[in-house]
Design a protein around this ligand. Sequence first.
Ligand code: NAD
Length: 479
Amino acid sequence: MTTRITIAKGDGIGPEIMDATLKIILAAGAQIEIDEIEVGEKVYLSGNTSGIAKSSWDIIRRNKVFLKAPITTPQGGGYKSLNVTTRKFLGLYANVRPCVSFAPYVRTKHPVMDVVIIRENEEDLYAGIEHQQTDEVVQCLKLISRPGCEKIVRYAFEYAKNYNRKKVTCFTKDNIMKQTDGLFHQVFNEIAAEYPEIENEHWIIDIGAAKLADTPEAFDVIVMPNLYGDVLSDVAAQIAGSVGLAGSANIGTSCAMFEAIHGSAPRRAGQNMANPSGLLHGAILMLKHIGQGKVAEKVHNAWLTTIEQGIHTYDIYEEGKSSKKVSTSDFAEAVIQNLGKMPQQLKPVAYGETKALNLPEVKRKQPAEKLLVGVDLFVHWPGTSADELAGIINQLNTSEYELTMITNRGIKVWPDGFEETFCTDHWRCRFKPNANHVFTQGDIIALMNKAISLNIDVIKTENLYHFNGVPAYSLGQGQ
Ligand code: NAD
């Protein structure tokens, strides 16, 4: 069956690597019809800060499968990254990056590496919600949701099940971020229990990243929140051989986008030099997704054969190792000549019939019992003595609630602070009710009104809750 897909040739080396990729997959028998749209630099510079026209969104949403070459995001000028916008608009929650080494044909310190990084793609710090709150402090909100965690973790386990992977590893920093990364880890444990046949483990991200960079063969599938996944998927691709060889799939419930992981390499544009392998790899992932696994297999094995023959573009060419330095179009031609051949040394792939992973809808949990138990007032105050600030803020106390703690950048500075602790102009003042008082939103308004009358500059408040009786907010460090 023919699948109608959308393509965008993008900027820089984009058009060259897209032409090479399409030529290869069509020669291999891909059953696709193509709608081409314009995205990227030209659209940005025509005054559209999103980099894409509305009519192009209509085509992407109708076809649901999008093969995108890299684009150049102009610096400054309020231009929004089209990659991030596309992932979020289309709900492409899973970013899948297989990172496999091609030893001994492409230089790598990790000859047996075969890791798939599954990165959450929609939330975390990439919500991009940032504010300057005081002269000295800016803030970026890290948003992690239970449905977001459930979708990506289940995707990782379904991926492992479907592709006969043995282990799923989770990376978080939940020893520090107990609420946000803690939720990701907790959901990982819950969902892992549903897949007893697949090994599971959790690593704190810092030592996990070190282990990945040093001993990638210890890992199989790794799932992680957005920012960690962004950084570590590039590391994994690079240590496998080159970022120029890796593709990625961005998967949503109804739409999917496939791309190379590298950018538009403008310095190499128009010279017929670039390696089309990253986008070709993206196209292979696309063919698997649209149920053309046999074609994907044929292309993948021909690509491996070409690499094995030492036919290399400049980025992976090495005297003594490579047999021929080729252009983008000659590399494509060599892959086409190799269609039907199997690599001799590199492990051939066998996909057979494939289909997109079909995940059950996330079931929303019953709302928990939520109890307001206090409030944090964040105050802009230019002084440096926490005791002096406590003297000011204590004026807001009533017989029903009072100031219990002040922190500065999370560290407790009152009561019993250390004079060595460096303080900025951004202070968190925690108010808790006494044992007999039921704290309400009205108390927060009263607190705010009194703060205004005392010229206390409250720059934001955060409500403190118990969910089902469990405190759901962080303590001050040192508390
Ligand atoms: P880049 O990945 O474009 O290039 C970095 C260097 O890697 C290049 O100078 C080149 O030497 C090499 N390289 C990359 N791809 C190659 C290939 N296929 N073959 C051979 N060599 C290759 O990164 P950059 O220079 O930081 O970014 C350039 C532009 O790309 C920026 O505007 C950036 O915003 C954009 N970008 C786009 C995407 C995307 O569309 N998905 C991703 C990353 C960066």
